[in-house]
Design a protein around this ligand. Structure first.
Ligand code: FES
Ligand SMILES: [Fe+2]
Length: 385
């Protein structure tokens, strides 16, 4: 049986929610920025955003500005947005097309799109100056399923090792072929971890999501990744519905080709990809959520609806059916996450017990604590704040 059809269960008796300080403490938040975002691979965007040589976008992350670009030879690269002369930002506009080179707006030091310094006015008068010693500071970049991942670590864990459980796992859906047709940004007054935990269970679905629950019973499906930084599984869309849309009908050409078995055509997959991506795969479209923590109590979310590139323009293409469905469902989720954050911020909050239908948020918490180097915290939270 292929790995993606195997399911496993991972409920552990005694699992409890995280102590309150993990949601509210500025010290824990600073530790998260350092240990998670400045150290691990994180998702920065889609390769399609830099489709042509010279295309670039800026990504603000952990106090840094990074230029993500496609160089003149077609390779995706990333650099700190910092000139090697006197440190000035090389680009201000959040996205655009570079000329053949990147020229600093201050004193015109000029770099190739591969990062080499090729122009530095009057520096030839400086004894011993060698342009080769001043390339742009590179940031590690890798692509997985059309998503671009960056690492700010000096010596990043090899991507193939860090992402081993995911590499090839979703290949049948042909996600690199998808294009973003719609993006909605959300600002949520909640700690970023609550958004991951909420995404990881559907125990709340009958209460919070009447529309979703009529299409997909919350007890359906099973998980295929149940431990570690990548978690998730599928749920079943009930007949006669064909997708998760307001109408219940498919709204675009089906994802993937013959590699998608018939039994998967009514499945919706939901994966959390630590530390900042959530990925939903429906029969005819995908939705990605990039989470950008703005402080212990604020999270910015970039949400994109992805369709096959050959779907738009056809008579059966109706992306609004999917966009409106998830915009409604997202807002229901963000609202309850905000309410959850407000309650957790109370002096009365203590960790509470997870049920077997919350095995995924419990596993997510374990992965989070392990990544932070706080292993052993999970489940011992009786009375602890
Ligand atoms: S700071 Fe960039 S050229 Fe002077
Ligand atoms: Fe939800």
């Amino acid at each position: 049986m292929p790995a993606f059809l195997k399911t496993v269960e991972s409920y552990r008796q005694g699992a409890r929610t995280l102590p309150g300080r993990y949601y509210t403490s500025p010290e824990v938040y600073a530790e998260e920025i350092e240990r998670l975002l400045r150290t691990r691979w994180f998702c920065a965007g889609r390769a399609e955003q830099i489709a042509q040589p010279g295309d670039y976008f800026l990504r603000d992350i952990a106090g840094e500005s990074i230029i993500v670009l496609r160089d003149g030879r077609g390779t995706a690269r990333a650099f700190y947005n910092v000139c090697r002369h006197r440190g000035t930002r090389l680009r201000e506009a959040p996205r655009g097309r570079l000329a053949e080179t990147i020229q600093c707006p201050y004193h015109a030091w000029t770099y190739t799109t591969e990062g080499q310094l090729i122009g530095a006015p009057h520096m030839n008068e400086v004894a011993g100056f060698d342009k080769r010693n001043y390339p742009l500071h590179a940031v590690a970049l890798e692509e997985w399923e059309g998503f671009l991942f960056l690492s700010l670590a000096q010596d990043p864990e090899p991507f193939a090792q860090a992402f081993a459980p995911l590499i090839g796992r979703l290949a049948r859906f042909e996600l690199p072929r998808l294009v973003a047709v719609k993006r909605i940004d959300y600002d949520v007054a909640a700690n970023w971890k609550l958004i991951f935990q909420n995404y990881s269970e559907c125990l709340h679905c009958p209460v919070i999501h009447p529309e979703l629950s009529s299409l997909m019973p919350y007890t359906s499906g099973a998980n295929d990744l149940t431990e570690g930084p990548f978690l998730g599984g599928y749920m079943l869309i009930t007949e006669p519905n064909a997708s998760l849309t307001l109408s219940g009908r498919a709204c675009a050409l089906p994802l993937g080709g013959d590699g998608v078995p018939a039994e998967e055509r009514r499945r919706a997959y939901y994966y959390t990809i630590f530390p900042n991506l959530m990925l939903s795969i429906h029969p005819d479209y995908a939705v990605s959520y990039m989470l950008w923590p703005q402080g212990p109590g604020r999270t910015h979310i970039e949400c994109e609806w992805l369709f096959r590139a050959d779907a738009p323009g056809r008579a059966d293409f109706n992306p609004e059916d999917a966009v409106q469905f998830w915009d409604l469902t997202n807002r229901q989720d963000w609202h309850i996450c905000e309410q959850s954050f407000a309650g957790i911020s109370s002096r009365a909050y203590v960790p509470g017990p997870y049920s077997p239908r919350e095995s995924m948020p419990a596993a997510w918490d374990r992965a989070f604590l392990a990544a932070l180097g706080h292993d052993g915290e999970s489940g011992k939270g009786n009375g602890e704040r």
